[in-house]
Design a binder for this molecule. Structure first.
Ligand SMILES: C[S@@+](CC[C@H](N)C(=O)[O-])C[C@H]1O[C@@H](n2cnc3c(N)ncnc32)[C@H](O)[C@@H]1O
Length: 374
C-alpha cells in the first residue's frame, strides 16, 4: 500500500499544466522541479522536469506519417528534443527504429532547429539510427493492424519500407542496418540517446558500453522507451546501477527520461558486464519502481521485478511476489476493462505456469496478439 500512498502524495503536491515557454539556449537544470502536465488515465500521465516539459508541444503532421509503437506525446517529445534542446554538442543516437518513426521525428526536429546550420557543419549526419530490419513474429500483426499496404513475412527484411519512411530526412541520417551486437564505437559525444532496442540483456550491455561514457554532463538526455514496460528487467537494473550519474527528468508514455549530470568513466560501465549480486539487482528494481508517480506504471514495474525474481530465485518466490503485487495494487488488478493492465497481468501469470517449453511459447505468442501500444 505504501507504493500507492507515495504516488498519491506526490500527485497531491502537483499543479496543473505548465505554460509553454521555449528557451532553446537554456542549459538543462537539475531535475529538482517536476510538473504534472496531464493528470490523466492510467499510463497516460506526462510528468517532466519543468525545463523539459515545454518540449512536448506541437510537431509537423509528417511526424505522424510512420506507423509506430510509440504514443503521440513520446513523438512530440522526440521532435521537441531535436528542434529545441539539441545544440549539436554531440550526435543523436536512435537505436531500434523499427519502421523509422523516431528517426523521422528527430530528422524533422533537426530541420526546424534554429541552430541547424551550425549543427550540420559539425555533424553532417547528426542522427545515427540502428535497426536490423528483419520481421519478427509480432510484426506481421502490427502491419495488418495498421492497415499497411506493405507486408512481409517473418524473417524477411523490411528495410525498403523503413528507407521509404525516413526518405524525407535521409540526408540527416547515418542509417546502420544490421545486428546491433556488431555495432562499434562511434568515437564522438552523444547528446541525445534514445533506446528502444534493449530487448535482451546482451543488447542492453552493448548499448551501455557503446554510449554511456559518451554522454555530456549537464546536457545529454537518455530516453529509455521500455523503462515503464512490464518486462525487460535488465534495463532498469543496468540504468539504476549508474543512477549516481543522472537526474530523473520524468515519464512520458512508457519512456523514462534521464539527464546525465556527471561524466561516466568507461570502467564503471564495463563493470556492468560482471554479474551483479542478486540482492543488488533486486534493490535496483525496487528503486526503479518508485520512479513513477503513476500507480499503473508502478504496477508494471512491480511485474517487471517479479520477472527478475523468477530468474534469480525461481518460480515459487516469483509466485509469492505476484500475490503480494495483487494485494498492493488492487485498483490496477480490478481494472479488467483496461487491456494494457489486464494483458500485463495475464502475461505475468503465464510465465509462472509450469508448461512444456513449446506450449509456453505458443501461449505467449497468442497473448502477444492482444497487446496494445502504451
Ligand atoms: C520495439 S521495436 C522499436 C519500435 C519503434 N521505436 C517504434 O516506435 O515503432 C524494437 C526494434 O529493435 C529492433 N531490434 C531488436 N533487436 C535488434 C538487434 N539485435 N539489432 C538491431 N535491431 C534490433 C527490432 O527489429 C525492432 O524494430
Amino acid at each position: 500500500m505504501a507504493l500507492l500512498q507515495g504516488a498519491r502524495q506526490l500527485l497531491g503536491k502537483m499543479t496543473g499544466a505548465v505554460p509553454i515557454m521555449v528557451r532553446p539556449d537554456r542549459e538543462a537544470s537539475p531535475a529538482a522541479e517536476v510538473e504534472l502536465l496531464t493528470p490523466s488515465r492510467a499510463l497516460r500521465m506526462i510528468r517532466l522536469n519543468i525545463s523539459f516539459a515545454p518540449l512536448v508541444g506541437s510537431m509537423p503532421p509528417s511526424c505522424l506519417d510512420t506507423p509506430s509503437m510509440m504514443s503521440v506525446p513520446e513523438k512530440q517529445f522526440l521532435f521537441g528534443l531535436a528542434s529545441r534542446h539539441y545544440a549539436g554538442k554531440g550526435i543523436i543516437v536512435d537505436a531500434g527504429i523499427f519502421l523509422g518513426a523516431s528517426t523521422r521525428c528527430f530528422g524533422e526536429g533537426v530541420r526546424s532547429n534554429p541552430r541547424q546550420e551550425e549543427i550540420l557543419r559539425k555533424w553532417p549526419r547528426p542522427i545515427v539510427s540502428y535497426e536490423r530490419a528483419i520481421v519478427n513474429p509480432n510484426m506481421p500483426l502490427f502491419f495488418r493492424k495498421h492497415g499497411l499496404t506493405f507486408s512481409a513475412a517473418q524473417d524477411e527484411s523490411f528495410e525498403s519500407e523503413l528507407r521509404r519512411n525516413i526518405a524525407p530526412v535521409k540526408d540527416l541520417v547515418d542509417l546502420r542496418i544490421g545486428d546491433f551486437m556488431d555495432a562499434t564505437d562511434l568515437g564522438c559525444p552523444v547528446e541525445v540517446l534514445f533506446l528502444d532496442i534493449l530487448k535482451a540483456p546482451g543488447l542492453s550491455l552493448r548499448a551501455f558500453r557503446l554510449f554511456y561514457s559518451k554522454l555530456i554532463p549537464g546536457r545529454s538526455l537518455v530516453v529509455h522507451q521500455d523503462y515503464f514496460f512490464e518486462e525487460l528487467p535488465w534495463i532498469k537494473t543496468h540504468h539504476e546501477a549508474l543512477a549516481a550519474y543522472f537526474d530523473f527528468v520524468g515519464e512520458i508514455g512508457s519512456s523514462a527520461v534521464f539527464l546525465c549530470t556527471k561524466e561516466i568513466p568507461q570502467s564503471v560501465v564495463d563493470e556492468l558486464e560482471n554479474d551483479m549480486p542478486p540482492a543488488d539487482q533486486l534493490r535496483l528494481a525496487s528503486i526503479a519502481m518508485h520512479r513513477s508517480a503513476d500507480p499503473a506504471r508502478r504496477f508494471f514495474m512491480a511485474l517487471s521485478k517479479m520477472r527478475l525474481i523468477r530468474k534469480l530465485q525461481g518460480r515459487v518466490a516469483a509466485r509469492a511476489y505476484l500475490e503480494l503485487i495483487k494485494t498492493e495494487f488492487p485498483e490496477q488488478v480490478a481494472q479488467t476493462d483496461n487491456k494494457r493492465l489486464s494483458h500485463a497481468l495475464r502475461r505475468a501469470e503465464a510465465i509462472l505456469v509450469k508448461k512444456p517449453r513449446k506450449q509456453r511459447q505458443e501461449g505467449m505468442r497468442a497473448a502477444e496478439q492482444h497487446v496494445l501500444s502504451p
